[in-house]
Design a protein around this ligand. Structure first.
Ligand SMILES: Nc1ncnc2c1ncn2[C@@H]1O[C@H](COP(=O)(O)OP(=O)(O)OP(=O)(O)O)[C@@H](O)[C@H]1O
Length: 260
């Protein structure tokens, strides 16, 4: 059973099929790329997979503990609780809150204490709080943000804010992570560092990752398999070497960004 299976997914906006009859699958621990020219439907597909949009047609099936859950029509927060985490193309941090608090907020759905334990501040409450802080700090350390834990998020550099977004997504303890253009706006040095981090978190967190990215060197470096969308339709699927030389893909990118 695939960890995620998408069958004939379609999303219409009025007369426009932003995603049209797309079928794909993600296997456990895979790092898969989703590429395509501007407006191809990549973000719309992410929004369908994470409950932001309801599909016009088709199914999204997620394997959890040996059972297949149909995700169509399920609210985004419930999908996040099932283990599908994501980042967004535009940065969505709590800019006035500290770096640490940004991470802790993302964790609050996971750790539970009873209402009384919380109100009465029983020892269990403090133990849980400590445990969450430790986990948050461990994540910040991996992303080289630990020395910034007390800073307001708005004071971080652009590259640091992007990394904090990924930390927040990881803090929800996902089994699948959807990254929407994680390197957007980064300089080449930051992109190279991010590439290594993405490989590292996939290994260390036993993660399955689906990655939208326009930076082809990053995509070709980290992805084991790549799906290519054009005008809402899947036009190719394969390993990086196949995709680089695929005639249909080269045509779709003609004059565009397919420079690896
Ligand atoms: N909410 C919406 N209402 C109407 N049309 C939309 C909506 N969201 C996206 N679209 C249209 O659907 C198509 C696909 O857009 P989408 O943002 O998914 O593409 P993309 O591949 O992510 O593009 P980019 O690489 O530029 O981010 C575009 O033509 C876009 O204008």
């Amino acid at each position: 059973m695939s960890l995620l299976k998408v069958n004939n997914l379609t999303k219409n906006f009025g007369g426009l099929a932003a995603v049209s009859n797309v079928s794909l699958h993600l296997e456990k621990n895979e790092l898969v790329g989703l590429i395509g020219p501007n407006g191809a439907g990549k973000t719309t597909l992410f929004n369908l997979l994470t409950g932001v949009y309801e599909p016009s047609e088709g199914d999204v099936l997620f394997e959890k503990e040996g059972k297949e859950e149909r995700l169509n029509g399920i609210k985004p927060y419930k999908i996040a609780n099932l283990g599908l985490g994501r980042t967004f193309q535009n940065i969505r941090l709590f800019k006035e809150l500290s770096v640490l608090d940004n991470v802790l907020i993302a964790m609050t759905g996971k750790e539970k204490v009873g209402v009384l334990t919380g109100i009465l501040r029983l020892p269990k409450y403090y133990q849980m709080e400590k445990k969450m802080e430790n986990q948050a700090r461990d994540l910040l350390a991996i992303f080289d943000l630990l020395d910034k834990e007390g800073e307001k998020a708005k004071n971080l550099s652009y590259g640091e804010q992007r990394r904090l977004e990924i930390v927040r997504a990881l803090a929800t303890d996902p089994s699948i992570l959807f990254l929407d253009e994680p390197a957007a706006g980064m300089n080449p040095q930051e992109t190279a560092e991010l590439t290594e981090l993405i490989k590292k978190i996939q290994r260390e967190f036993d993660l399955t990752i689906l990655l939208i990215e326009h930076d082809m060197s990053l995509v070709m470096d980290v992805c084991e398999r790549i799906y290519v969308l054009e005008y809402g339709q899947l036009i190719a699927e394969g390993e990086p070497e196949e995709i680089k030389t695929n005639k249909r893909v080269i045509e779709a990118y003609l004059g565009g960004e397919l420079t690896c």
